[in-house]
Ligand binder design. Structure first.
Ligand SMILES: NC(=O)C1=CN([C@@H]2O[C@H](COP(=O)(O)OP(=O)(O)OC[C@H]3O[C@@H](n4cnc5c(N)ncnc54)[C@H](O)[C@@H]3O)[C@@H](O)[C@H]2O)C=CC1
Length: 299
């Protein structure tokens, strides 16, 4: 199993879950540049039928992408297209990771209409509001066009949650010990996803193999549940034995960012179950495991 993007957060989590059903070939950005077809060909020289290429590589700086448009599209659109051409030629199976940001959503503003129904994979995405989302949507389309057997797995709000992790959960852990009070946005709703749970889900998908329900489809994989960032931060405080009342609510307008954040981006898990795969557990159980598990330091 070729793991592209092995040096990233999800790539590290996949490697932390060794699986007897595959021989892992991790490829970091030092070993493959997915924007360069020659580099892809070199790194995947031995690719053959029966091989799996799991693409966790991406340009993930959502705010940076607003101005670094060319690079975002090169990595997030052209990269997966290059990988898909390689898997199509070899008869291998590409599993490509995508994001809730492909949906247009409505930016989190005081007067935005509030959607409350999780997104299904076959729903029209609309026009993504961010360059990152647009580049990832273009990558879904380009990879599926180049290799129709590609499986697109959309996820959201991924964290490992270790005390030193740069993700949201790790950041809140550190801030708890540094600040008396925190303000965290309470008007963006999504599904926090523990990277190790997603990695386990991807292992199950790979073990299931490329069949009619797993191949050439878009599926959604997140921990179950829908919460705001503020609720996640309060739950982290609870896990640390700290008073969650120290986490104050605020609005997106209080912290303007270059890229607008969606007010609601919950992904439905029904497609994952329909593919015969085990639903990822509830976000709150996963958070508990992340904060207390030794494996939380992954990434
Ligand atoms: N982190 C999150 O909250 C979410 C992530 N995703 C998606 O999950 C996937 C994994 O994300 P993370 O592990 O969190 O991201 P990450 O930023 O931690 O890792 C991405 C990796 O891709 C590598 N990379 C970048 N450009 C490359 C290139 N041209 N060639 C080869 N490698 C390159 C980077 O070196 C990095 O190791 C991505 O597809 C991302 O879009 C989806 C939803 C939420």
């Amino acid at each position: 199993m070729y793991l592209v993007g092995a040096g990233g957060q999800l790539g590290a989590a996949v490697q932390a879950r060794p699986n007897p059903s595959w021989v892992l070939r991790p490829l970091t950005s030092a070993e493959i540049d997915i924007t360069d077809p020659a580099s892809v060909a070199r790194a995947l020289t031995d690719l053959g039928p029966g091989d799996v290429v799991l693409n966790c590589a991406a340009y993930t700086n959502v705010d940076g992408a607003q101005t670094d448009v060319g690079r975002a599209f090169a990595v997030n659109r052209d990269g997966p297209a290059n990988l898909a051409r390689a898997t199509a030629a070899a008869g291998a199976w590409l599993i490509h990771i995508s994001t809730d940001y492909v949906f247009a959503g409505a930016a989190a503003t005081a007067d935005a209409p509030r959607r409350t129904v999780p997104y299904e994979p076959d729903e029209p995405t609309g026009e993504p509001e961010t360059v990152y989302g647009a580049s990832k949507l273009a990558g879904e389309r380009a990879s599926m066009a180049a290799d129709p057997r590609t499986t697109i797995v959309r996820t959201a709000w991924v964290y490992t949650g270790g005390p030193d992790s740069p993700d949201f959960v790790g950041t809140i852990r550190r801030l708890e010990s540094q600040r008396d009070e925190l303000s965290v946005v309470d008007d963006q709703t999504g599904s926090p996803t523990y990277a190790l749970d997603l990695a386990a889900g991807l292992a199950e998908l790979i073990a299931a193999g490329p069949g009619p329900t797993t191949c050439g489809v878009v599926v959604h994989a997140t921990n179950a549940g829908a919460v705001t960032w503020n609720q996640v931060a309060r739950a982290v405080f609870e896990e640390l034995g700290a008073d969650p009342a120290r986490v104050r609510p605020c609005t997106t307008a209080d912290f303007p960012r270059p890229a607008p954040r969606p007010a609601f981006s919950v992904l439905s898990g029904s497609s994952w179950a329909a593919a015969g795969l085990t639903p990822l557990r509830d976000w709150r159980q996963a958070l508990h495991a992340a904060v207390h598990s030794a494996g939380a330091g992954v990434g």
